[in-house]
Write a protein that binds this ligand. Structure first.
Ligand code: HEM
Length: 230
């Protein structure tokens, strides 16, 4: 398992977003990250594969119970994310993610040290892999690790958002589950562009993607995005 965190350059006021690189064996049932380093009162990310699709959600719990889906964080899977026969690699942007109910990244100091944790259910899959809100059973592994946030700020942050593309060609950051439904509309038969929204609650725009891209429910039922076909 590999986890990396990239923060935008220091700014005043501080940005509330970051990028996470999360690599886990494809055989795992589900895996997760706690951005607060504990289970309760932390922003939790859960991830599992659904066929070739990466299911990535935000959750929260106030106790050692199945965490509930957590609205607020805006998660966008970035283009280099992929699944192959051995690993799931999610690279995602999380906006509105440095503070949550009951805590904050680095206890509010984005130039200090943050204690994070990872968890995994190495054998047992979630109840319904196609449902981002699926129930699942407890992890069989967890461990803590420290991140020196002072070393995590990158002047190339905006390039990472574009998956390596220059900022000027970065696709517009799509809205996510917590943003009011997009009012974008498309002519019938119009095709959504790369990484554009192609579905979700209230969405009225094109639901088919340009060639080479497939509409993926990245945060069902709220948000689907045109991602490279595998
Ligand atoms: C059905 C779902 C879950 C159940 C029943 C559950 C239950 C538990 C229990 C009983 C412990 C204490 C284990 C011990 O001390 O030996 C624990 C620890 C932990 N859990 Fe979970 N968990 C669940 C899901 C998750 C998820 C989704 C995450 C993160 C994405 C997570 C993160 C953690 C972490 C970081 C710890 C260790 C730190 C702490 O004790 O707060 N858990 N969990």
């Amino acid at each position: 398992m590999t986890i990396g965190v990239i923060l935008p350059p220091d700014a005043t006021p501080a940005s509330n977003e970051y990028i996470v690189n999360f690599v886990v064996p494809a055989s795992f049932g589900w895996s997760g990250i706690s951005m607060g380093g504990q289970m309760a009162n932390s922003l939790l990310f859960t991830m599992w594969p659904n066929g070739n699709e990466i299911m990535l959600g935000s959750r929260w719990a106030d106790d050692y119970v199945l965490p509930s889906p957590y609205a607020g964080p805006k998660i966008t899977l970035l283009p280099p994310s992929k699944i192959n026969s051995t690993h799931v690699n999610a690279i995602f942007r999380c906006q509105n993610c440095t503070a949550w109910d009951g805590g904050s990244l680095g206890s509010g100091n984005l130039d200090g040290t943050a204690v994070l944790a990872y968890v995994a259910s190495t054998k047992t899959p979630v109840a319904d892999p196609s449902d981002i809100d699926s129930s699942f059973t407890e992890h069989d592994q967890f461990a803590f690790f420290g991140v020196d946030l002072s070393q995590s700020h990158s002047s190339s942050y905006s390039k990472y958002i574009g998956g390596g593309a220059s900022p000027t060609t970065t696709p517009a950051a799509p809205p996510t589950s917590t943003v009011p439904p997009s009012t974008t509309s498309g002519a019938p038969g119009a095709l959504q562009t790369a990484y554009g929204q192609c579905g979700g609650t209230g969405f009225t725009g094109p639901t088919a993607c340009v060639a080479g891209f497939t509409c993926v429910a990245v945060s069902a039922p709220y948000y689907s995005q045109c991602q490279p076909s595998h």
